[in-house]
Design a protein around this ligand. Structure first.
Ligand SMILES: [Ca+2]
Length: 257
């Protein structure tokens, strides 16, 4: 997890030592100051990452920092979240729906995207999934589906999935074929993360190594090569959420590794 930045307060500044009379600096005072320093250590900020973008949907609305794609459009789930409210992609059985960030981010400095996901589906059901990642805004105009550069998809396929039944929890680690020769890993029967909130994260190094984590456990790496022409990228959240289950996102964070 990212350490939320906290302002470091200097102990001497707090106690205004310069205003203490010289005669008051006794061994007892020095001992007290030493004990105080151990009890309230100064918070280190040197390693805290700079957060470029975040959204926990606490306003209860999908803000104008996002644009919508897909039909029906995505909505807020005001009852559930980590904490509530959260984002419901609201896609249907045919197509995914979601949102794309208006803000863009430099990919060549490296980029980390993490998001909490809640996925639940009836054992027979399907067409329920939560996706997120980065997309190329140059290839994704208006309200069209994002052209995925790198993404994480967690979805469920029960027996009603006529194409691939009984795969159950399915994790797809996407890197566009434009940027990697490796086959995208697809893991099936990944049911440990159903029915609860879990943190999914993609770390992209400046060298293009894409590392996929769930709850800080490394799932797999995929090596990509991003051309200079791909510079600024957008973030997207989306997927499908039919009546067979629930697919929610919360606590999106974007930062430089
Ligand atoms: Ca929330």
């Amino acid at each position: 997890m990212v350490n939320v930045k906290k302002t470091a307060h200097s102990l001497s500044a707090k106690l205004k030592l310069k205003h203490i009379p010289t005669q008051a600096v006794t061994p007892t005072l020095i001992l007290m100051l030493t004990l105080f320093a151990f009890a309230f250590p100064v918070v280190e900020t040197a390693n805290a990452q700079e957060i470029l973008f975040s959204d926990g949907f606490q306003s209860g609305e999908i803000s104008d920092e996002w644009t919508f794609y897909g039909d029906p459009v995505s909505v807020i789930n005001s009852v559930n979240g980590n904490p509530a409210p959260s984002f419901n992609n609201n896609g249907d059985s045919m197509w995914s729906s979601g949102i794309k960030s208006r803000q863009t981010f430099r990919i060549h400095d490296g980029l980390v995207i993490q998001c909490d996901i809640f996925l639940s589906c009836h054992p027979r059901g399907t067409w329920v999934g939560s996706f997120f990642g980065i997309h190329d805004p140059a290839l994704t105009s208006g309200n069209s589906e994002p052209s995925i550069v790198v993404g994480f998809k967690y979805l469920y396929s029960g027996e009603l999935d006529w194409k691939q039944p009984h795969l159950e929890g399915k994790l797809v680690l996407v890197v566009s074929r434009f940027y990697s020769n490796e086959t995208n890993p697809v893991l099936i029967h990944m049911n440990d993360w159903l029915d609860g909130w879990h943190t999914f994260k993609i770390e992209i190094s400046p060298e293009g190594l894409c590392s996929y984590f769930v709850n800080d456990s490394l799932i797999s790496n995929v090596q990509a090569s991003f051309p200079d022409s791909l510079d600024e990228v957008g973030i997207f959240l989306g997927g499908r959420a039919t009546s067979w289950g629930t697919a929610l996102h919360d606590n999106l964070l974007v930062y430089v590794p």
